[in-house]
Ligand binder design. Structure first.
Ligand code: FES
Ligand SMILES: [Fe+2]
Length: 384
């Protein structure tokens, strides 16, 4: 798991205006409280009270702020303690009582929270979806929860070799003697990699879809997939020249073994809302096929290299994705999950927020981060 990316905390509709209580959300193994202020802006702060560790998300919303349920300390959306009742009304509130507050943006009906300390100018953009605003496109959304390391699901998405066997909806279960995966030409972008290639696919199961796509029988179709950050992916399926389906997945690691997936799935045909249920059923059906193969995969946590797996050319994009992840570790963004997990009952950590670059003096320690791999290797060499 990595800091310094935008993660989806909730659907916009889950953080309601005028609510009495905040919403508690777990992401990256840490806890957060979210609420909508009087202007309608969603706020997100670390859930752990700087006093004696109360869960702020169990408290009440007071105007634009939230109040800890334990002793009533009250925090603004900027993370500042603005009321500390036990000191009396005129006391100066020490700065060190602040808690981490995170940038929030709402887009595509989802609440995106920047979990990290990078200043605005250096942040990766939220995965762009130009089709979302295009009136020719119609989107459905799903939320899934799988008991896996989220990177297993990203690697599944960018793996063209699994379609033939995992998804009889897309492939032929290995019954074609001439089956092989077409050579992958990777397209590297600053924040991810991906490819478009051809695949031989059976006819679509739904008659409406086939007719609208102008499909009859088996066909070579265009498909592709790619990544954006360690946790987002895109998938293109073009059943015919005129009919396109584009899926986007925002993975939120609740913790290292639980993946909450916000899926947006768009199409430029059968755009009438009356077809939403057909597309949702198809997306759920295919997702279930992926979940079935992914939950039992060993080891539970995705390897960072392929020393103990036998990779083939169809895994080329998976290999490149791992390279990107190693680069993010090099930047010092990878959470030391083993240490965080070992400390869980003894230490309350916080994901460092941008304000930590500006001001010193915080009650909670920042989450432990993995050493940069090359620095680690150099240190090992120096030790002989
Ligand atoms: S623990 Fe939050 S006010 Fe005391
Ligand atoms: Fe799949």
């Amino acid at each position: 798991m990595y800091i310094n990316f935008w993660y989806v905390a909730a659907k916009s509709g889950d953080i309601t205006f005028g609510a009495e209580r905040p919403v508690k959300v777990q992401m990256l193994g840490q806890h957060f409280a979210l609420w909508r202020d009087k202007k309608g802006q969603v706020q997100c702060i670390s859930d752990t009270c700087s006093h004696r560790g109360g869960a702020l998300g169990d408290g009440r919303i007071r105007g634009d702020c939230i109040e800890c349920p334990y002793h009533g300390w009250t925090f603004s959306g900027a993370g500042d303690c603005v009321r500390l009742p036990s000191l009396g009304p005129d006391a100066r509130i020490p700065d060190r009582t602040r808690v981490d507050a995170y940038p929030v943006q709402e887009r595509y009906g989802l609440v995106h929270v920047f979990l990290g300390d990078l200043p605005a100018a250096e942040r990766i953009p939220i995965l762009p979806i130009p089709e979302y605003e295009d009136p020719a496109w119609r989107f459905i959304n799903l939320t899934l929860e799988w008991k896996i390391d989220y990177k297993r699901a990203i690697e599944n998405t960018i793996d063209p070799g699994h379609n033939e066997f995992t998804h009889p909806t897309h492939g032929f279960l290995g019954t074609k003697d001439d089956y092989r995966v077409e050579e992958i030409q990777l397209r590297d972008e600053p924040w991810g990699t991906g490819f478009i290639n051809r695949m031989h696919a059976p006819t679509l199961a739904q008659r409406d879809m086939n007719e609208a796509a102008g499909r009859t029988g088996d066909k070579w179709i265009e498909g592709g997939a790619g990544t954006h950050g360690p946790h987002c992916s895109w998938t293109y399926i073009h059943p015919s020249d005129q009919a396109q389906m584009h899926g986007f997945a925002f993975h939120t690691p609740v913790h290292e073994q639980l993946d909450r997936i916000y899926v947006l799935f768009g199409r430029n045909f059968l755009a009438d809302p009356k077809y939403d249920q057909t597309f949702e059923n198809r997306a759920q059906f295919i997702a279930e096929q992926d979940r079935y193969v992914l939950e039992p995969v060993r080891p539970k946590l995705t390897p960072h290299d392929n020393n103990h797996e036998f990779m083939v050319p169809a895994d080329k994009c998976v290999g490149r994705y791992r390279g990107y992840c190693r680069d993010w570790q090099e930047r010092g963004w990878r959470i030391d999950v083993a240490k965080m997990r070992a400390d869980y009952d003894r230490v309350a950590y916080a994901i460092p927020s941008p304000a930590r670059r500006e001001v010193k003096g915080w009650v909670l320690a920042p989450v432990p981060l993995c050493p940069r791999a090359t620095a680690e290797t150099a240190a090992k060499k120096a030790r002989g």
